[in-house]
Design a protein around this ligand. Structure first.
Ligand code: SF4
Ligand code: SF4
Length: 375
């Protein structure tokens, strides 16, 4: 009888140590032809975790260096947004709903988890559509969905709004904090302290937006981009593709993650985003204000917009950041978690001081979990 296909069977080839070693050899051969160090920014937190978890830096020659980027939606959320979420959560009639790790990020008054310990009704969901059930089950309360995420999760928020409108629901509002990748990458390559030579392009984001969003980087800024899958063999193959470009003196946009990413992306999802959202300036933690890098509801949907409805109770002041925390520098790619003096002593996953230690995609969390491999 034929063996039934198991989930692991799908991954195994992409985690095969022999294949990784073979790529390491190819990379070493090519890197030895270069007379400089190549700094590769992996924009996405998912890649940071793969790189740390599978010991990728240890497999590579010393002239290939990783710079961790601003690609984790939880890490890049500035403190004032956390404070807004906290203020909403502390309203008696509000149930604040958000995604996973967001509830652990410290704000000026504490995290959403702290708000919960003070009696606030804060819930996290895996799918935004779960908000419908929560709102239906609590007709006397107002559900505010604190929406976060890059291009990957944005269409799901739009889908939720579509359903809310179709059902004519009166007790579900949105506080939208979606962000987009290329604009913040552009700010980084234009900054004076930029050390980035090439990009490992995010994968989930590219499934939605298509690889077309990275077109300016190889041509305008001379920074090669390879859109990579998440598995360690994907990452090794993508690094090889990048190093090949340097050996051949090319600067191109290439896609390694061809099994899911096309040039145009998911047009239906893009249309959905265009229907409900408008582009706005977003203040990234560490990087600062980036024009047209965020989304908010279009004006015609103001009656669902918690930022408009609760304007009076949302904090206006800019909160002070903890000076010891190096998250801003880490998110800009100019520091590593180990450059932070309180990494692993004061700041740990159970007592996170900054967002990069909270999120499961954060660079500090990855170093804390897998950093022993670096020694
Ligand atoms: S949502 Fe996907 S692409 Fe974006 S940071 Fe997370 S893992 Fe990376
Ligand atoms: S270790 Fe903690 S305090 Fe230091 S940069 Fe990372 S999150 Fe911030």
């Amino acid at each position: 009888m034929e063996k039934e296909l198991e989930l692991n069977d799908l991954y195994d080839g992409f985690r095969n140590p022999e294949v990784m070693k073979a790529y390491a050899k190819l990379i070493e051969e090519d890197a030895s032809k270069l007379d400089k160090t190549i700094n590769i920014m992996e924009v996405c937190g998912g890649h940071t975790h793969t790189i740390m978890k599978y010991g990728v830096p240890q497999l590579l020659p010393s002239n290939i260096n990783f710079i961790h980027g601003p690609g984790c939606p939880v890490c890049v959320m500035p403190k004032d947004k956390i404070d807004s979420a906290y203020a909403l959560a502390m309203q008696e009639d509000i149930i604040l709903v958000t995604l996973g790790d967001m509830i652990k990020v410290p704000g000026s008054n504490g995290s959403l988890q702290d708000a919960r310990s003070k009696g606030a009704d804060v819930r996290f969901v895996y799918s935004p559509m779960d908000c419908i059930k929560i709102a239906d089950e609590n007709p006397s309360k107002t559900v505010v969905f604190f929406a976060i995420g890059f291009e990957t999760t944005t269409p799901m928020t739009c889908s939720l709004l579509k359903t809310v409108i179709a059902k004519d629901m009166k007790n579900l509002y949105f506080h939208v904090n979606h962000v987009t990748v290329p604009e913040v990458m552009e700010v980084l390559v234009q900054s004076d302290d930029c050390k980035i030579d090439a990009f490992l392009g995010p994968s989930h984001v590219s499934v939605i937006s298509g690889s077309k969003i990275y077109e300016p980087f190889p041509k305008k800024y001379n920074k090669p981009v390879v859109v990579s899958g998440f598995e360690p063999v994907d990452v090794m193959q993508s690094i090889h593709m990048l190093i090949r470009q340097f050996v051949e003196n090319r600067s191109d946009l290439e896609v390694e993650y061809k099994r899911l990413v096309s040039f145009e992306g998911n047009l239906k999802a893009q249309e959905m985003i265009d229907t409900y959202l408008k582009k706005v300036t977003f203040k990234f933690r560490g990087v600062g204000e980036v024009p047209l890098s965020g989304y908010d509801l279009k004006d015609e949907f103001d009656k669902y917009n918690a930022k408009v409805i609760y304007e009076k109770i949302l904090p206006k002041e800019t909160p002070k950041e903890n000076k010891a925390c190096k998250c801003p520098e880490i998110l800009k790619g100019v520091a590593k978690p180990t450059d932070c003096k309180i990494f692993g002593n004061v700041c740990t996953p159970t007592n996170p001081v900054g967002s990069c230690m909270v999120s499961s995609e954060g660079a500090c969390a990855a170093y804390y979990k897998y950093g022993n491999l670096l020694k």
